[in-house]
Design a binder for this molecule. Structure first.
Ligand SMILES: C=C(O[C@@H]1C=C(C(=O)O)C=C[C@H]1O)C(=O)O
Length: 454
């Protein structure tokens, strides 16, 4: 998924970008257009709820007109200079979005586990076509290299909204790399990892994850996205198809990694989860939330995350303000402890620096960070790929929102591979942690079963 760099392109074209931008009316929803678009180009869908000073926004990005070259040392922030050097037309600066996603551990070698072979470990790019839905309506922005074959905005919209039946997987779509996984022993491995940590804790906290398989993934992703959007409307819903015929990464996450608007950074510590299965408005849920607010194990686990986020921001010269005690974040399947953290940023520390600084937080990795990341790589037994990695969108000026890709799955031809983890502390009970991952999995599982659709 690596494209030519911007400077390569600039060297070849004097007037490289042709931009069209206007409000449009579309007969199909953005999830339905994602479903069509993923058979044409790389496709990225992101629906961000209102919050952290940002209005609601739903995005569909198709294709890639420019992609940053990113390396481990420079991280995402290495891209800042690459796109700032470029004199972007006003329509692009105002309405376009740079899309980004990354692996939980971009340095991990995926040599043995080929699950994520279709996906870059880190990407930040400008799509060829962007559809942006907000209070204003739907804006379409197409960006083309002026000297290449022009795909006009009109052509894009015609291709996408053509009323003939939606394309289905073509016969020559890339097949799954097999053999794939042996999930036999997943529970034992997870329990074993938790026991090992509880018996001889190395650090304050570690997050161990596990996988599960759903054997009848939907043929189309729009119903899945509709279901997640209706049941998890306070979450950020995402779908990423790296190229036509590849598996699609889909989820609805409650966790913001960091957002930035007009020099204000917002992040959140989200850690600590209610026990057991309960309906969101039931007395059982209210009871579980009351217990969560008093649970020393969950409060400890939560404050490891709060402190690490706040201290990382302070170390970089910013404030990291938060209030106590944590509040409850209630979702359809579980409730969490949540502490919002605010900071101010300056011109030379922006959203992408904050992503590099904060990811992975101890909400998905552990404390101390490097040692727990190594233990996860050694003991977890699989490549997390994009699960628990950053995913988001930003304007070329640097305002935007990046989420942590949780409550998600990789939709394959024959099955969906789902991921969930739990924060382990010396007080953890392995069976309770396993049950917690089942509760978290229920979010994507029920959407795969079609729940939330009318
Ligand atoms: C790791 C996950 O979730 C994280 C772990 C939580 C916990 O351990 O209580 C809560 C929210 C998330 O930060 C996941 O959903 O897979």
């Amino acid at each position: 998924m690596t494209g030519p760099t911007l400077s390569d392109r600039l060297a070849r074209w004097k007037n490289p970008l042709h931009v069209e931008s206007r409000l449009v009316e579309l007969p199909l929803s953005l999830p339905a257009l994602f479903e069509r678009g993923r058979f044409l180009k790389r496709a990225f869908y992101l629906r961000s709820p209102e919050g952290d000073e940002h209005p609601f926004e739903e995005i569909l990005g198709l294709g890639c007109v420019w992609e940053a070259s990113l390396d481990d040392e420079a991280g995402f922030a290495g891209a800042t200079e690459q796109f700032q050097r470029f004199d972007l037309p006003k329509e692009v600066s105002e309405h376009a979005r740079l899309l980004l996603f990354g692996a939980f551990d971009p340095t991990m070698s995926a040599a043995e586990d080929r699950t994520w072979e279709h996906f870059s470990r880190r990407a930040l790019y400008l799509p060829e076509l962007l559809l942006l839905r907000n209070d204003e309506g739907i804006r379409a922005v197409s960006v083309t290299l002026a000297s290449s074959a022009l795909t006009s905005l009109e052509t894009w919209l015609e291709r996408l909204t053509d009323t003939s039946p939606a394309p289905t997987r073509s016969a020559d779509a890339r097949q799954l790399p097999g053999p794939f996984f042996d999930l036999h022993g997943e529970r034992e491995r997870f329990l074993g990892n938790v026991y090992r940590f509880v018996r001889a804790p190395k650090g304050q906290k570690i997050v161990y994850a596990r996988r599960a398989v759903h054997t009848s993934p939907p043929k189309a992703c729009d119903a899945l996205l509709d279901s997640l959007n209706s049941r998890f409307d306070s979450c950020a819903t995402f779908a990423l198809s790296p190229h036509p015929g590849a598996p699609v990464f889909v989820g609805a996450t409650p966790e913001t990694l960091v957002s930035c608007r007009r020099n204000r950074l917002h992040t959140v510590a989200l850690a600590g989860t209610t026990r057991g299965k309960s309906a969101p408005d039931s007395p059982e849920r209210a009871q579980a939330e009351a217990e969560l607010l008093e649970s020393p194990k969950d409060l400890d686990e939560h404050y490891v995350v709060v402190r690490m986020i706040s201290e990382s921001l302070v170390k970089r010269g910013f404030s990291g303000e938060y209030g106590t005690p944590p509040r409850i974040r209630r979702l359809a399947n579980v409730s969490h402890l949540e502490t919002p953290i605010k900071s101010y940023t300056s011109g030379n520390f922006g959203l992408l620096d904050a992503v590099d600084t904060l990811h992975p937080t101890p909400a998905v990795c552990g404390q101390p960070r490097e040692a727990t990341r190594e233990r996860i790589a050694k003991y977890e037994g699989f490549d997390r790929g994009l699960y628990a990695g950053p995913i988001g969108a930003m304007s070329p000026r640097g305002d935007g929102r990046v989420f942590v890709a949780l409550r998600c799955g990789l939709i394959q031809e024959q099955r969906a591979l789902l991921f969930a983890g739990a924060g382990i502390t010396p007080e953890s009970d392995p069976e309770v942690e396993w049950a917690e991952t089942n509760q978290k999995l229920e979010a994507i599982q029920s959407a795969l079963d079609g729940e939330g659709l009318t």
